[in-house]
Ligand binder design. Structure first.
Ligand code: COA
Length: 305
């Protein structure tokens, strides 16, 4: 007995904000943002719950599932709609799922944390877990601070983790270094504060280290990876990972040019985009890897299908 990932879904708010929109009122330019981050546009709007419901429903529909088929909802988010109750309670109600629901927060590494937790839930008897990553970072970003405003955005993505005959979860690595709080945080009622250069340096280091550990546990190397699905924060961070892991760009899922950094949503959005483009096939080895505030990091290797 094992578990596999089946079905994916995505949701983005309608409103598109381009680099030119920021350049119209901030001391920045399309050229700076594109060259330093790879981001060209992003989506703003909606609530964490409404986006999560849309992505969750998309994943369930594509996999032919109804609420009755889901016995656990895990919502990864750093931007819950309220402190109490958990946003996942509203989401499970809207989707009509039975059983349990909870939020988890491991910042931008949260979606991969949630996938590994879902795999553990299979071991204690759950059959199908809807794992959703949803964030509305535009709500906690100072839109007049050029160093963060151009990066963070809104969206949601989801997958179903289900019991299967064969094991598809081949290796994983999770970690946190809580001493890194001062370089990336947002206090209650405040806005995102970030030391960009320091976050960049550490992100490259932890993403590569964590990916290598997960690959090693799976008995694989970068050569074996069919698709790298990294956290979508900065194209230059992804390129550094490509180089160090020996996984070229044409085997990497990239969506950040159209979405910006959507935190928990970024990895499932990139996965859905690659899937819709016909880049996911049964038997493919997929490496998910993310990092976030904390700092947290998380990597997971799965066999697709
Ligand atoms: N437009 C124009 N200039 C900008 C700018 C913008 N939107 N944002 C910052 N700058 C300026 C800075 O103020 C700085 O000016 P200074 O030299 O006069 O002080 C200059 O650009 C260079 O800043 P620096 O921080 O060295 O740029 P960088 O090449 O490191 O790029 C980031 C900045 C934020 C894009 C990059 O550091 C980054 O992506 N870091 C990681 C962020 C991340 O992943 N966060 C999410 C974690 S989950």
């Amino acid at each position: 007995m094992g578990a596999r990932i089946a079905g994916y879904g995505a949701a983005l708010p309608e409103k598109v904000v381009t680099n030119a929109d920021f350049a119209a009122y901030l001391d920045t330019s399309d050229q700076w943002i594109t060259e330093r981050t790879g981001i060209r546009q992003r989506h703003f709007g909606g609530t964490t719950g409404s986006l999560a419901v849309a992505a969750g429903r998309d994943a369930m529909d594509r996999h032919g599932l109804t609420g009755d088929d889901i016995d656990f909802v895990i919502l990864s988010t750093t931007t819950p709609d309220q402190t109490v109750p958990a946003t996942s309670a509203d989401v499970s109600n809207e989707l009509g799922t039975r059983g349990a629901a909870m939020d988890i927060n491991a910042a931008c590494a949260g979606f991969v944390y949630a996938l590994v937790v879902a795999r553990g839930l299979i071991d204690i008897g759950m059959n199908r877990i809807l794992v959703i990553g949803s964030d509305t970072l535009s709500r906690i970003t100072d839109q007049n601070d050029r160093s963060t405003a151009v990066l963070f955005a809104d969206g949601a993505g989801a997958v179903v983790v289900e019991r299967s005959e064969e094991e598809s979860f081949l290796g994983w690595d999770l970690g946190v270094d809580g001493s890194a709080r001062p370089i990336l945080y947002c206090d209650h009622g405040g806005c995102m504060y970030m030391e960009g250069r320091e976050v960049f340096k550490r992100a490259v280091r932890v993403m590569i280290g964590s990916s290598e550990k997960a690959l090693k546990q799976a008995g694989l190397t970068g050569d074996d990876v069919s698709l790298l699905v990294p956290h979508q924060a900065n194209l230059r961070i992804i390129e550094a990972a490509n180089q160090r892991l020996g996984i070229p760009r044409d085997r990497t899922a990239i969506v950040l040019d159209r979405t910006g950094n959507t935190s928990s949503a970024s990895i499932p959005l990139a996965l859905a985009d690659a899937g819709d483009a016909g880049r996911l096939h049964d038997g493919d080895l997929v490496l998910f890897t993310g990092f976030g505030a904390g700092m947290t990091w998380a990597s997971l290797v799965v066999r697709w299908g």
